[in-house]
Design a protein around this ligand. Structure first.
Ligand code: FUL
Length: 702
């Protein structure tokens, strides 16, 4: 080793004396810090942003999970055009699309040889169509990667839960992986087992996901059929779920996972949000989220497309936190993306493009406290700003703590910092700071943990001539490929409109200097509308619309609408079965952060009866599950009864809150309008066999 060091310095000295170009280097690259990604995983990570398409019988039955007994007859898109999906995806910068070829209901969007439960028995194209084929061709035409979702759970198949289904499942996998073009990602959802049609058995079937599919063998077959396909989700997957359906990774996000533990059922899925610093396998996170509350299209959600603010946040909290973003846009009953979704997508991409438009670090003076091989360009700091992901800066062996300093020619305002590690050699950085010199003092503008493939920090505006990145701790010497900085325009966040239990409304803007304009008559607020100065009373039903305006930067938020029903102050819970009356007021206090819980064994189904204190024309009800506390269960199956006199009751709805475990959002159930004063909600089944069920709030739709 000493001999090597001596030789290296002699070589260096000769080079310096002869003024030789320092690019011909003999300094070894840094040793990898394991685990490291495969080439397939590296290529996949670079895709960054791709789309999800949830489309099947559910689109026509208005459900999130089909039971499996849907007739193929219901599948009848009138204007299905996969080229529209691909065109929109391409225009907004997506790199691929993944289609639900088969969701939990078992209906196949391609004419599978192995079942009659498919498009071939639907009226669409007289049973001669193949959505997967059309989708594949559209992806090809627009230069997008082609991906498929094949639900391991099949609520239609008679053999599900038994051996026969595994053969069926693998046959279908083979069809999808070999009959079309190359599949870039195979998506295996984790929801598996429960009630279903199962060929007419109409029963509950539970399986052990870890064992039932013999994933080892199944994966072997997949790679035989399609070696370049990246497998996502269950089994020894090459990429992982991010642990929620909100599209959000934790700030600390490792691309490693203790996969062995995971396969032994020892990892809670919440851990997926951060991965494991000591994970033995490279299993990077993919953040999936729908542009609407549900994964499938529901007309009732046309006005519930996620706000621009939320979409922008999702981008920064997924791609900006070392995850890929899989964004769902559900085609409607025509088989086309809805205009509202397209508009929001375009708005989101516009904001991101504006935010990250001009890299202010391109061409600035940059220095590092240490560079591997000293004067060699091979690992020099200019590699950080050369726009080339394949070149990197790194340090001498053993030098972890290090600093990179950027010197602007003139004082420059920044509020975004983008950093990338050269992950081919492993993910390393554990702790780093970003500092700016302001009035000759170092100001810490960010103190962070991981970087990974990409990290984008949103900071306050800071005007500085010197910016410094301080690497404080890492799993090995730092190896960074890129650093950029930007000055994003001010994005004015939506004002928050709240009404308390007494009917007092308050509206709050993000910054005290923002001016809020609002209306209460349903009209769109303009700069001529009243300015909000203090809270006001609005006990009855109504709608408030508001926008926030930043006069200095001349930027406005979007207009936010908040509809309120009548106050529930007159409501009374007159009966509660299967749980104590204590805290029952929390069910109707208008506050999602308080809750009521049922008895610990919800096998004893519970029911709640509410007196609305007046006859209303009821159009439905809402149920807000408790979303933050994970050891509490939710209602999965319900029945709703109504009455005008608390004596004669009529059942007006019965159903399932599908996917409530992974996506515990406000559940809205619409019914045929009916006059009622009393409502009774029966919980018929919970999301798990044991434990208490929590209810944050019940409401009505008038
Ligand atoms: C979930 C499924 O149960 C949903 O229906 C949806 O497909 C989502 C992407 O994954 O777990």
């Amino acid at each position: 080793m000493r001999y090597y060091t001596l030789l290296t310095s002699v070589f260096l000295a000769i080079q310096l004396c002869s003024g030789q170009s320092s690019t011909q280097s003999s300094v070894d690259p840094p040793a990898p810090v394991y685990p490291i990604p495969t080439q397939k995983q590296l290529d996949w990570q670079e895709l960054e942003f791709y789309g999800f398409i949830h489309f099947t019988v559910n689109t026509f039955t208005d459900k999130e999970w089909g039971f499996g007994d849907e007739s193929p007859e219901v599948f009848h898109p009138t204007e299905l055009d996969a080229r529209q999906w691909a065109r929109v995806a391409k225009e907004v910068g997506m790199t691929g699309l993944i289609l639900t070829a088969k969701h939990h209901d078992g209906f196949c969007l391609w004419p599978s040889e192995y079942t009659e439960h498919s498009v071939k028995n639907s009226p669409w194209k007289d049973g001669k169509g193949d959505v997967v084929q059309e989708f594949y061709e559209a992806c090809k035409e627009y230069g997008l990667k082609f991906g498929v979702y094949l639900s391991p759970w099949d609520r239609n198949h008679p053999e599900y839960g038994r051996e026969g289904y595994i053969t069926y499942f693998r046959n279908q996998l083979k069809e999808l992986l070999t009959n079309y073009g190359e599949v870039f990602e195979m998506w295996f959802d984790g929801a598996n087992g429960g009630s279903g049609y199962y060929g007419g058995a109409n029963e509950t079937r539970r399986i052990n996901t870890l064992e039932y599919y013999d994933w080892e063998e199944t994966y072997k077959l997949i790679y035989e059929w399609s070696p370049n396909t990246l497998v996502w989700g269950v089994g020894p997957a090459e990429a992982r779920w991010i642990g929620n359906e909100r599209g959000i990774a934790n700030k600390t996000n490792w691309s490693m996972l203790r996969q062995k533990d995971n396969l032994a059922g020892k990892v809670h899925y919440r851990e997926f949000m951060s991965g494991h610093i000591d994970g033995e396998a490279w299993v990077p996170g993919e953040a999936d989220v729908s542009i609407r509350p549900g994964w499938f299209y529901h007309k009732s959600e046309d006005d519930k497309v996620r706000s621009l603010e939320e979409m922008v946040d999702i981008y920064y909290k997924s791609i900006g936190r070392n995850a890929t973003l899989l964004l769902n846009i559900p085609p409607d009953q025509r088989g086309l993306f809805h205009d509202n979704d397209i508009e929001r997508l375009n708005e989101m991409v516009h904001v991101i493009k504006e935010d990250l438009k001009t890299n202010l670090l391109a061409g600035v003076t940059v220095k590092a406290s240490n560079t591997r091989g000293k004067l060699y360009d091979q690992y020099g700091v200019r590699n950080l700003i050369d726009g080339d992901q394949d070149t990197y800066w790194t340090t001498d062996d053993g030098v972890i703590q290090s600093e990179i300093t950027f010197e602007f020619e003139v004082p420059t305002t920044i509020n975004r910092v983008l950093l990338q590690e050269y992950i081919a050699l492993g993910q390393r950085i554990k702790e780093f700071d970003v500092l700016a010199k302001v009035d000759n003092q170092w100001l810490t503008i960010a103190s962070e943990t991981t970087i990974g493939y990409k990290r984008i920090l949103r900071t306050e505006n800071v005007t500085t001539q010197t910016l410094k990145i301080v690497i404080k701790d890492a799993r090995g010497i730092p190896v960074l490929s890129n650093i950029e900085a930007f000055h994003a325009p001010r994005f004015v966040r939506n004002p928050q409109i709240e009404r308390d239990g007494d009917g007092v409304v308050s509206i709050q803007a993000e910054k005290p200097t923002d001016i809020i304009y609002f209306t209460i008559d349903g009209s769109e607020p303009t700069f001529d509308s009243p300015k909000y100065t203090e809270s006001f009373s609005m006990p009855g039903r109504g709608i408030i619309k508001a926008l926030a305006h930043d006069e200095i930067n001349d930027q406005s938020s979007v207009v936010i609408h908040e509809g309120f029903g009548s106050l529930k102050t007159d409501w009374k819970i007159i009966d509660i079965q299967g749980g104590s009356e204590n805290n029952s007021q929390n069910i109707i206090d208008g506050d999602f952060s308080t809750r009521w819980t049922s008895d610990s064994d919800p096998e004893t189904e519970f029911s709640i009866t509410i007196d609305l204190n007046r006859i209303v024309t009821l159009k439905g009800f809402t149920y807000m599950p408790r979303s933050e506390k994970h050891d509490l269960k939710h209602i999965s199956n319900f029945a709703l009864y109504v009455s005008q006199d608390n004596a004669n009751w009529e059942k007006v709805s019965e159903g399932e809150f599908s996917n409530i475990v992974n996506n515990p959002i406000l559940q809205s159930v619409e019914i045929k309008p009916i006059d009622a004063q009393y409502i009774r909600l029966d919980s018929l089944k919970s999301t798990d066999d044991h434990g208490q069920i929590a209810i944050a709030e019940l409401g009505i739709i008038e």
